[in-house]
Design a binder for this molecule. Structure first.
Ligand SMILES: Nc1ncnc2c1ncn2[C@@H]1O[C@H](COP(=O)(O)OP(=O)(O)O)[C@@H](O)[C@H]1O
Ligand SMILES: [Mg+2]
Length: 443
């Protein structure tokens, strides 16, 4: 699988590189045009200088007493001379030269107009009917320095522009993606049971084309799950009457039958039908636990629901149940559906009575608003079994009857109300036993 990349990072880097590339291309164009213009300007200055010097040089040469000797133009004081010139006669003899002119850099042939040597830009011109020639030289390094200086001036803002561009694109992309982040957070914060459509307002068109089909998919999934649950609940409900009728018939039959094999068989059938009855009851509870509606609109007193279930179980079992309800736990109210909460407590207490040791009491602690603990004595359940007990139809080593659905129902309710359930064996602070800790704080 290709590794997923952050869109923000990819766009940030891509756009910054693009902007830098365009910047460099624009600067290169600007430098090229400026270079041509600068050359033109330098050339015209060179020609202008030659034409200015020429009449002065001609007058100087004409007025000399001793012609034929090269003469240096008097220098005012030592100074750096970027432009140097030579004045020569037709045969190439130097008549006049600027004070630091180096004859070797000039053309040996007397040329007219502009030309370039390896180091200099030169301009040659004739005067006095082509008898006197002036050639003026300007070092190329001067032009190069001007262009380099200009390029540096144009390029250095890049140092500032690169981070600014990166931060700018990063922030802009983050801003543009904000709706997608809200969308993601909404999906992330959902409970597992929430299959309602996710809000798509303000999403960019590209994501909307994904988000809408996802909502359609959620809708189809919700309908499929609902129909599956209502089928389970309806089937279990429909089974109740025939099972109850069958039980009644079998019990009548047991009374009518004489002692012996047939009666024994009738007892066995009764046992099977009871198991079937319990199973259909559990399936109904599971359908409720996994369906919606685990919250009611009103607040209900959780402690009194626990007490109601406990009292009911005390009537049907010999195991002692001790309640530990500190004063601050009394009258705790919650919006959890009272039926669902009763199903949860009943299943856990049922287990504690059924699977725990019969001669020791079951403890029920509702110590703080957010913690319900049900503890019983008994053999330790191995850790590898403990991890799987929440799965449907999974049971550990036990002689008690059961369907393996009690903890699956409890788990479904706890998940549905956004609480958490911990199974411990041995129970906290004991050498043996089993403990279920439910933390309601999130619900
Ligand atoms: N309070 C408990 N003490 C000891 N073992 C327990 C307790 N509760 C659950 N168990 C173990 O977890 C298994 C699964 O429980 P459950 O899903 O309620 O199914 P059932 O009670 O029908 O066996 C039980 O078979 C039992 O081995
Ligand atoms: Mg059980």
């Amino acid at each position: 699988m290709t590794q997923s990349r952050s869109l923000q990072k990819t766009l940030g880097i891509g756009l910054t590189l693009g902007a830098i590339l365009l910047w460099i291309m624009a600067i290169s164009g600007a430098i090229l045009v400026s270079q041509n213009k600068l050359n033109e300007l330098f050339d015209s200055a060179l020609a202008e200088t030659a034409q200015r010097i020429m009449p002065l040089a001609v007058v100087e040469i004409m007025n000399r007493d001793e012609t034929g000797l090269p003469q240096n133009i008097m220098s005012f004081e030592t100074h750096d001379e970027p432009l140097t010139y030579l004045v020569r006669n037709r045969s190439g003899k130097i008549l006049l030269q600027s004070h630091n002119a180096e004859p070797s850099i000039f053309n040996q042939v007397l040329l007219e107009g502009f030309n370039t040597s390896g180091t200099h830009r030169l301009y040659g011109a004739w005067a006095v009917q082509k008898t006197i020639h002036i050639e003026i030289a300007e070092p190329l390094s001067q032009r190069k320095a001007a262009i380099t200086e200009m390029a540096i001036t144009l390029l250095w803002p890049l140092i500032l522009i690169i981070p600014l561009c990166f931060i700018g694109t990063w922030a802009f992309v983050h801003y543009s993606l904000r709706r997608i982040l809200i969308y993601r957070n909404e999906i992330e914060s959902r409970g597992s049971g929430d299959l309602s459509p996710v809000s798509v307002t303000g999403l960019p068109t590209e994501i909307l084309t994904i988000a809408e089909p996802v909502n359609d998919l959620l809708d189809r999934l919700r309908r499929a799950l609902e129909s599956e649950r209502s089928f389970t609940a309806n089937s279990a409900h429909e089974l109740r009457t025939p099972i109850a009728t069958a039980l009644a018939q079998i019990q009548r039959l047991e009374k009518e039958l004489p002692e012996g094999d047939s009666k024994e068989r009738a007892f066995k059938i009764e046992k099977t039908v009871r198991t079937l009855s319990n199973l259909s009851e559990k399936l109904m509870q599971l359908a409720k636990a996994e369906g919606g509606g685990l919250f009611s609109n009103e607040q209900h007193d959780l402690t009194s629901i626990i007490q109601l279930v406990t009292d009911d179980l005390r009537r049907s079992s010999n195991v002692k149940i001790i309640e530990y309800f500190p004063p601050e736990s009394l009258g705790i109210k919650s919006k959890i559906d009272p039926d669902a909460f009763a199903i949860l407590v009943r299943n856990l207490l049922d287990n504690a009575i059924k699977h725990g040791s019969q001669n020791q009491p079951v403890e029920i602690h509702f110590s703080r608003q957010d913690e319900l603990r049900i503890v019983n004595a008994g053999n330790i359940v191995p850790a590898e079994h403990l991890a799987k007990l929440r799965q449907r139809f999974v049971r550990s080593k036990t002689t008690a009857h059961g369907s393996g659905l009690g903890l699956a129902i409890a788990d479904a309710i706890v998940t549905g109300i956004g609480a958490s359930m911990l199974l411990n064996s041995p129970a906290t602070g004991r050498p043996d036993g089993f403990e279920v800790v439910i933390t309601l704080s999130d619900s």
